[in-house]
Design a binder for this molecule. Structure first.
Ligand code: SF4
Ligand code: SF4
Length: 152
């Protein structure tokens, strides 16, 4: 909600750049957001050169160049490009230029920033069986994306 408010001036989950996805396959809900890939498939897919890397390595959108073709939505392997339902503009996390509001406003401090190559995850052995299975599956998913999981 804070993401949409900061970027679009309204509280609307359909305008947010970070979304909680329900994954029935692994029985877990988790947030999906741009990982600012070094070799970003979305940038390669954008024929209008509307997507680029800024000096900090963040993936950015030049709205003036965007033709709203949706190719970046299809190209992102993480499903992290959403579309504005009103004007079809791609919604991609810009990390709020290094100070993401989702992190600072999260009421339970569930969000934090780490290098994309390594993510801390609670050790499933310390949790109940229900969570243990879901977290093990989540780890498999993250490692398939090339992210090393570090148990806390
Ligand atoms: S939108 Fe997707 S492909 Fe592009 S940098 Fe972010 S995670 Fe990578
Ligand atoms: S929707 Fe815009 S940013 Fe995405 S691929 Fe098309 S022109 Fe590029």
């Amino acid at each position: 909600m804070w993401c949409s408010f900061l970027h679009e001036g309204v509280f609307s989950s359909s305008l947010s750049r970070i979304r909680v996805i329900r994954d029935d396959l692994i029985g877990m809900d988790y947030p999906v957001v741009c990982k600012h890939c070094v070799d970003a498939p979305c940038i390669r897919a954008c024929k209008a050169n509307a997507l680029y890397k800024d000096t900090g390595g963040f993936t950015k959108l030049d709205k003036a160049k965007c033709i709203k073709c949706g190719e970046c939505v299809n190209a992102c392997p993480y499903g992290a490009v959403f579309q504005n339902p009103f004007d079809k503009t791609p919604l991609i996390c810009d990390l709020c230029d290094g100070k993401p509001i989702c992190v600072s406003k999260c009421p339970t401090n569930a969000l934090s920033i780490h290098p994309a190559t390594e993510i801390p995850v609670k050790n499933p052995a310390q949790l109940g069986k229900r969570y243990s299975v879901a977290l093990s599956e989540y780890r498999v998913l993250l490692e398939r994306w090339g992210i090393r999981v570090k148990y806390e």
